[in-house]
Design a protein around this ligand. Structure first.
Ligand code: 3PG
Ligand code: MG
Length: 404
C-alpha cells in the first residue's frame, strides 16, 4: 500500500504550503479540553517549518452552518498551536478574504499562519462539486503546494480535503502516514488473537464495521448504549435503556453469523442500572438478563457495563495480541458510570501486544480519565475515518493522494 508523501513535493524552502489539519478539538467555555489533535499535527508542521516553507494551516472546527459563528472560531486553537510550536502563529479572521490574504502575504520562510474555520464557508461542505471546486480554487491561490494531514476528515469529500488536493501538487503529511501504518497493521494479517471492542450509543453507526470485522476477528466485545439492542435481540427486557428497535433483526443476524464463523461475540453479564440520567442518580448492579428487576423497574436505565463484565472484558483484552477499541462502554462523562470504560482503557495499557484506541469519543475518554497517550500502542485522531477504513470503504481524501 502506498500514498504520495512529503518527499514527492521536493524542496519546499520559500514555498507557500497549505496544510489541511484536523484541529477539530473539543471546547468548553472557549477552553480546549483535549488538545490531542493539535499535538498530533506537530510533526508535519515542524518538518515544514524546518524545511523553510511558509506554512498556511487550514482546518474545520465543529459543524457551523456555512457562515461565521464565534462559537466555532479557531482562534483558541491558534493560541495553543503557538505554545506547542514555540513560535508565533498569525491568525486570520477569515478563510479566503482579505485577512487571509494579508496573513499569507506577510509570511516569512518558516513562518506559520492559521486561517479561520473552513466551514464558515458553505461551499467547503457543498454537495455540488463545482461549488467545492470554486472554493478550493480560492484557497489554492494561497499555496504552491498542498499537504493533507487531517486524518480525521479523509472520509469526507469536502473542498479542502478533495478538490484542493487536485488543484495543487499534493501529498500526505506524517500524521496520515502514521495512521495508515496502524490501520494496515490492523487489516493486513493482524497478530492473533485479534479482539475488537465496540461501544458508543448507537448500533446503527456500527453496522458496516461489524459486518466487515466479523470474518476477521477472534473476539468482539460489545458495550455502550448499543449493547442493549443485542440483549433485547437475545430476548431480554432492557427497561428504559437505549434500544434501537428497528435494528433488532439485524443484530440477531450478527449473533447468528458470529456463531457460524466461530467468533466469540461477548456481551456483558451485568449492567449498572440507574434511576435516571444524571451523576446524582441512584444506581445498582443488575444481571444483564434481569435489568427490569431493580427498584427502578421498567424506568431503569442501563448506563454502564457492570464490574463482572468489566473484569471479563479486561481479561479478554489482556490476553489478545491485537486490539482495536471504538466507543465508550458507558456514560464515562458521569463519574458513577465511568468504571467500564476505565477498565477497558486500563486493560489496553497492560496488553502485551498492539492496542489501538480508535479516535473520537474513545480518545477523549482515555484522556479525560487521566491516561497518557504513550500508554497505548496508538490513539487514532479519526473515529469515523478509521471505522470507514476498517469497513473497507474507499476514502476520498486518501484516493486523491494516490492511495492504493
Ligand atoms: C470528527 O471529529 O469526526 C472529524 O473532525 C470530522 O468532523 P465531521 O464528522 O464533522 O466531518
Ligand atoms: Mg465525526
Amino acid at each position: 500500500m502506498s500514498i504520495r508523501t512529503l518527499a514527492s513535493l521536493g524542496d519546499l524552502r520559500g514555498k507557500r504550503v497549505i496544510v489541511r489539519c484536523d484541529l477539530n478539538v473539543p471546547l468548553k467555555d472557549g477552553q480546549i479540553t483535549d488538545d490531542g489533535r493539535i499535538r498530533a499535527s506537530l510533526p508535519t508542521l515542524n518538518t515544514l517549518i524546518h524545511a523553510g516553507a511558509r506554512v498556511i494551516i487550514v482546518s474545520h472546527l465543529g459543524r457551523p452552518d456555512g457562515e461565521p459563528d464565534a462559537r466555532y472560531s479557531l482562534e483558541p486553537v491558534a493560541q495553543r498551536l503557538c505554545e506547542l510550536l514555540g513560535k508565533p502563529v498569525v491568525f486570520a479572521h477569515d478563510t479566503v478574504g482579505s485577512a487571509a490574504e494579508d496573513a499569507v502575504n506577510g509570511l516569512e520562510d518558516g513562518g506559520v499562519a492559521l486561517l479561520e474555520n473552513l466551514r464558515f464557508n458553505a461551499p467547503e461542505t457543498s454537495k455540488e462539486a463545482d461549488q467545492r471546486q470554486a472554493f478550493a480554487a480560492k484557497l489554492a491561490r494561497f499555496g504552491d503546494a498542498f499537504v493533507s494531514d487531517g486524518f480525521g476528515v479523509v472520509h469526507r469529500k469536502q473542498a479542502s480535503v478533495f478538490e484542493l488536493a487536485e488543484a495543487l501538487p499534493s501529498a500526505a503529511g506524517l500524521l496520515i502516514e502514521q495512521e495508515l501504518g496502524v490501520l494496515e497493521r490492523l487489516t493486513v494479517s493482524p497478530e492473533k488473537p485479534y479482539t475488537v471492542v465496540l461501544g458508543g450509543s448507537k448500533v446503527s453507526d456500527k453496522l458496516s464495521v461489524i459486518d466487515a470485522l466479523l470474518p476477521k476477528v477472534d473476539t468482539l466485545l460489545v458495550g455502550g448504549g448499543m449493547l442493549f439492542t443485542f440483549l433485547y435481540a437475545q430476548g431480554h427486557a432492557v427497561a428504559s435503556s437505549l434500544l434501537e428497535a428497528d435494528q433488532v433483526d439485524t443484530v440477531k443476524g450478527y449473533l447468528a453469523r458470529a456463531e457460524e464463523l466461530g467468533v466469540d461475540l461477548v456481551l456483558p453479564t451485568d449492567i449498572v442500572v440507574a434511576s435516571k440520567f444524571g451523576a446524582d442518580a441512584e444506581h445498582v448492579v443488575a444481571r444483564a438478563d434481569a435489568i427490569e428487576d431493580t427498584p427502578f423497574g421498567a424506568s431503569g436505565l442501563g448506563l454502564d457495563i457492570g464490574p463482572e463484565s468489566a473484569a471479563a472484558f479486561a481479561e479478554r483484552i489482556r490476553s489478545s495480541k491485537t486490539v482495536f477499541w471504538n466507543g465508550p462502554m458507558g456514560v464515562f462523562e458521569l463519574a458513577p458510570f465511568a468504571a467500564g470504560t476505565r477498565a477497558v482503557a486500563q486493560a489496553l495499557t497492560e496488553l502485551d501486544g498492539f492496542g489501538v484506541v480508535g479516535g473520537g469519543d474513545s480518545a477523549a475518554a482515555v484522556r479525560a480519565l487521566g491516561f497518557a497517550d504513550d500508554q497505548f500502542g496508538h490513539i487514532s485522531t479519526g473515529g469515523g475515518a478509521s471505522l470507514e477504513f476498517l469497513e473497507g470503504k474507499r476514502l476520498p481524501g486518501l484516493e486523491v493522494l494516490g492511495w492504493q
